[in-house]
Each structure stands twice: as structure tokens, then as C-alpha cells.
Design a protein around this ligand. Structure first.
Ligand SMILES: Cc1cc2nc3c(=O)[nH]c(=O)nc-3n(C[C@H](O)[C@H](O)[C@H](O)COP(=O)(O)OP(=O)(O)OC[C@H]3O[C@@H](n4cnc5c(N)ncnc54)[C@H](O)[C@@H]3O)c2cc1C
Length: 467
């Protein structure tokens, strides 16, 4: 008899939801988590702090109100790090409290310390003062996540040269910043600091950014960021960073030198699978610390599961939670449907982006015909009321079936609005539903109807020419 039916390593979104689902199914469950990390990267250094910081930036800078009240509108002229962190710390504290309470209510034991495998059913936990104890379990779910990848050649000092974890510890809002890497995290922070007035330069090795997104929407984002004085250096790489008393100089391989108060590396993340002594359990992680799983999130050792960022793409809190729930169901022999193919992507830049389904480029590459329906916020009453004239919603519709192939949104509320498209797609609805539906007025959701009518009119025009 083991100590627990299910043991979860890590209390981020994947681990949390796995533990609670297993407990709800009647299992005896424990979670091992390091000190001061309840809630994982998601609550402590990643999703929640960055999204709260964004909210604070939008509120204090008054950026989203400037179309209404004029370009000089600001809620506060001199925004300090204290203004920003007050909100962040408040939200982090609340979220940790909610998680602790949910675990306790569901009788999930929280064991504080760092876990490593001693054998396939036993984990050695080292507590914060270095004492070791052993915990055994019938099934183990690994949800240990990732940490920022740090190039060995860069001398991080947590002040001038930082990674994305260091943002929340900055002592002041920098006047200038180099962001190395134009992935989601890099570009989200680039847009927040640009909104605060920091002169941001983004250096990206590839020749474009966010290549999995709709090209038109990425172009719109770049236009907005340039308008906030962001400089893009695509097809460029940082060769070295020199640290000086009053800042740093990023030296590019092309020979360019960029002075900045802060250099932030956002160059991918390293899985923590390599730090678990997996070989004692008969498992191995790849060179990026990731663990391979099957469709049920089972590793090569059948009673060991892995979920969340440690299994790689898409490495989102949203998906990690669902992976955790499904793994727990499988581990507890409870039937569950497979992970839905309709997963939204949200990018919390300023302005924000969200999409679901396929892009124009992907459909064109695969020779799938589609019609485009567009709605621009400036033609919606709610767009004018909210002061968002740049937002847009684009539907990609199959002319053969009327089904939605993709929904792409840029601007206010994008990450919320995408779920209307998700529901229509997942319920196998067609563009007719959106044409016929009555939406509240004035809303941004109305964009769906306008875009659906646009696509429908184009398809009707084509059909009439054929008749
Ligand atoms: C800046 C930033 C912004 C982001 N924004 C978004 C967003 O807007 N939307 C979104 O969906 N996702 C976002 N993400 C991604 C999201 O945070 C992750 O996908 C999510 O946190 C992964 O969840 P997880 O359960 O895999 O583990 P994590 O949240 O990474 O947590 C893993 C936990 O395991 C613990 N652990 C590690 N090793 C051990 C061990 N040996 N023993 C015990 N415990 C251990 C760690 O302490 C940690 O608490 C963002 C990430 C970052 C960095």
C-alpha cells in the first residue's frame, strides 16, 4: 500500500488541476511544491504577474483612453515600479490563497520541498531546511514546468541584464530596454514597457515574429508598436552584452551597438525534467528538459504521467490545466474525452491578439479554399464608445460548408471574444448562425455578425456570377 494513490510534482496550473480532479474522483492525493512557489510559474513569475502588470500599465498610462481624451491623457505622469508592483503583489497573494484553499478543501496534502525520484513509485522530498523524506504513490503526475533558458555566454546580474523572471524585481521603469527574442513573452513585455514610455528595441534572429499568427494581424501589431517607438531588428542576433556602471550595451553580430538601461532575454524556456533523477524511475528527459507523453499524457513508464510546460508545446497555462485534468482522469481509470482540437491562443500585447483555428497562410499552403469576412471596430458603435478604432475581427469561412476555419482578432477584448468563435467551431456551427444571431448592441461581439455578413456577401456575389 503506497502513501498516496496519486502524487503530483508541481502546483502550477497542470499540477493543481490534476490534483483536484484526482481528489474529486476519490483518490488520496498529495502535491509536492517548492517553498514560495505555490501556483507555479503561472502565479508567481509568469502569466498572472505579467497580465496584472499589463492591466496596471493600461490603467495608469491611460493609453486606451487617448482616442477619447487626447494624446496627452494620462492617469499618472510619473509611474513608478511601486505603482505597478502594488497591484501585482495583491493579485499574486490572492491567487495563492485561492489555490491553497482549493487544495485544502479537497483534502489534497501539500508537501513543501523539492522532489526527485528514488524509484518508480518513490519520491524523495528535500524540505527548505535540507531534511529528506520519502513519499510513495501508486500513480505520479509530473508537472514541474520550465525556467527561462539562459545563454551561458551572458552574465545575468538580475538588475541590468535579466530574463523574464527578473521583470517583477526591476527597481525602476527603464528609460531604454533591449528585448532579445520576439516570442510571445518578449513581445508582450516589449509592448508594456513601450506603453510606459521606455524606448524599446526588439532583436530577433528570425526575419519575422509570431509566425504562427495571422500575418495581417502581426503587421497591425508591428505598426502599433512602432507608433510607441519600438524599434525592430529582425534577422539580427545579440553577440554580447557589455555591462557598464550606468547601463548595458548590446552588441549585435552585425556590429551594431545598442545602449540600454536594461537588457531582457526572452530566449525560450528549459524544461525541469532534467532535475528529477528520472533515470531512477526508468525515464529520461530530452536535451531541453522535456518529457515525452502519449495522447493520455502517459510517459514510457505507464504509471507515470507528465503534463504542462514540461511536455512542451503549446506551453500555456490554459492547456496545462486541461492536460492535468485529463491525466488525472486516466490515472484514476475515469473515462474522459480527448483534448479538444479547438484551442485558442491569446497574446496579451498592447493591443491584444487572439485566434483559434487556422491562418490564411496555412489554408493557402494546404490548398483549402476560404472566404474572408472582416469587421473593423471603428465601424462598431462599441468601438467608438471604447475608443478603439484599430481593432478588427476576421473570419475565415469554408465556401463549401459554411464552417468557420479560423477566427483572428486584434484589439480590445480579443482574448475574451475569441471564445464565441470557439463555441461555434466546436459545435460545428456555420457562418449562418452568426448571420442570423441577434447580438447585444452596442458590443464588440457584434463584430462576429458584421464579419459573417461580409463573408456571406462575398460568397453570394461569387455564386451569382456563376449562375
Ligand atoms: C512571462 C510569462 C507570461 C505567460 N503568459 C501566459 C498567458 O498569458 N497565458 C497562458 O495560458 N500562459 C502563459 N504563460 C505560460 C504559463 O505560465 C505556463 O504555461 C504554465 O505556468 C505552465 O504550467 P505548469 O503546470 O506546467 O507548471 P508551472 O506553472 O511552470 O509550475 C511548475 C511548478 O513545479 C514546481 N517544481 C519544479 N520542480 C519541482 C520539483 N523537483 N519538486 C517539486 N516541485 C517542483 C515549480 O516550483 C513550479 O511551481 C506565461 C509564461 C510566462 C513565463
Amino acid at each position: 500500500m503506497h502513501d498516496f494513490d496519486v502524487l503530483v510534482l508541481g502546483s502550477g496550473p497542470g499540477g493543481q488541476k490534476a490534483a483536484i480532479a484526482a481528489a474529486k474522483l476519490g483518490s488520496r492525493v498529495a502535491v509536492v511544491e517548492r517553498q514560495h512557489m505555490v501556483g507555479g510559474v503561472c502565479i508567481n513569475t509568469g502569466t498572472v504577474p505579467s497580465k496584472t502588470l499589463r492591466e496596471a500599465v493600461l490603467y495608469l498610462t491611460g493609453l486606451s483612453q487617448r482616442e477619447v481624451y487626447g494624446q496627452s491623457y494620462r492617469l499618472k505622469d510619473d509611474i513608478t515600479v511601486a505603482d505597478l508592483t502594488a497591484r501585482t503583489q495583491h493579485v499574486i497573494g490572492r491567487e495563492i490563497d485561492v489555490i491553497r484553499s482549493q487544495l485544502a478543501r479537497n483534502r489534497v496534502r501539500l508537501i513543501t520541498g523539492t522532489g526527485r525520484f528514488a524509484d518508480p513509485h518513490t519520491v524523495t522530498v528535500t524540505d527548505p531546511v535540507g531534511r529528506e523524506s520519502k513519499v510513495t504513490a501508486d500513480k505520479i503526475i509530473i508537472a514541474v514546468g520550465t525556467r527561462p533558458a539562459r545563454p551561458a555566454s551572458v552574465d545575468f546580474d538580475e538588475r541590468t541584464i535579466i530574463d523574464s523572471d527578473g521583470i517583477i524585481n526591476l527597481e525602476r521603469v527603464p528609460n531604454s530596454m533591449v528585448v532579445v527574442g520576439a516570442g510571445v513573452i518578449g513581445i508582450e513585455y516589449a509592448s508594456m514597457f513601450a506603453a510606459l514610455g521606455t524606448k524599446v528595441t526588439v532583436v530577433e534572429r528570425r526575419d519575422r515574429m509570431l509566425e504562427f499568427c495571422d500575418l495581417e494581424i502581426v503587421e497591425a501589431l508591428k505598426y502599433h508598436l512602432r507608433d510607441l517607438a519600438v524599434t525592430f531588428r529582425f534577422s539580427e542576433a545579440v553577440a554580447a552584452v557589455e555591462r557598464h556602471a550606468r547601463g548595458a550595451i548590446a552588441v549585435l553580430e552585425s556590429g551594431k551597438r545598442i545602449a540600454a538601461d536594461t537588457v531582457m532575454y526572452s530566449a525560450g524556456r528549459q524544461g525541469l525534467g532534467t532535475e528529477l533523477d528520472l533515470e531512477n524511475a526508468g525515464l529520461a528527459a530530452d536535451s531541453r528538459g522535456r518529457i515525452e507523453v502519449d495522447a493520455d499524457f502517459r510517459t514510457a513508464v505507464p504509471h507515470l504521467y507528465a503534463v504542462g510546460d514540461v511536455i512542451g508545446f503549446p506551453a500555456l497555462a490554459s492547456t496545462s490545466m486541461e492536460q492535468g485534468r485529463l491525466a488525472a482522469h486516466h490515472a484514476c481509470d475515469e473515462p474522459a474525452r480527448a483534448l479538444s482540437e479547438f484551442q485558442p491562443i491569446g497574446i496579451y500585447t498592447i493591443p491584444e491578439i487572439s485566434f483559434i483555428g487556422r491562418t490564411e497562410d496555412e489554408l493557402t499552403r494546404d490548398k483549402v479554399p476560404f472566404e474572408v469576412g472582416i469587421s473593423r471596430y471603428r465601424e462598431l458603435a462599441r468601438g467608438a464608445i471604447s475608443g478603439d478604432s484599430y481593432g478588427m475581427l476576421k473570419l475565415l469561412v469554408s465556401p463549401d460548408t459554411g464552417r468557420l476555419l479560423g477566427v483572428h482578432i486584434f484589439g480590445t477584448g480579443a482574448t475574451e471574444l475569441v471564445h464565441i468563435g470557439q463555441a461555434v467551431m466546436a459545435c460545428l456551427g456555420t457562418v449562418d448562425y452568426l448571420v442570423d444571431a441577434v447580438f447585444n448592441y452596442p458590443t464588440l461581439a457584434e463584430a462576429y455578425k458584421v464579419a459573417a455578413l461580409d463573408a456571406m456577401n462575398k460568397m453570394r456575389h461569387l455564386a451569382r456570377l456563376r449562375d
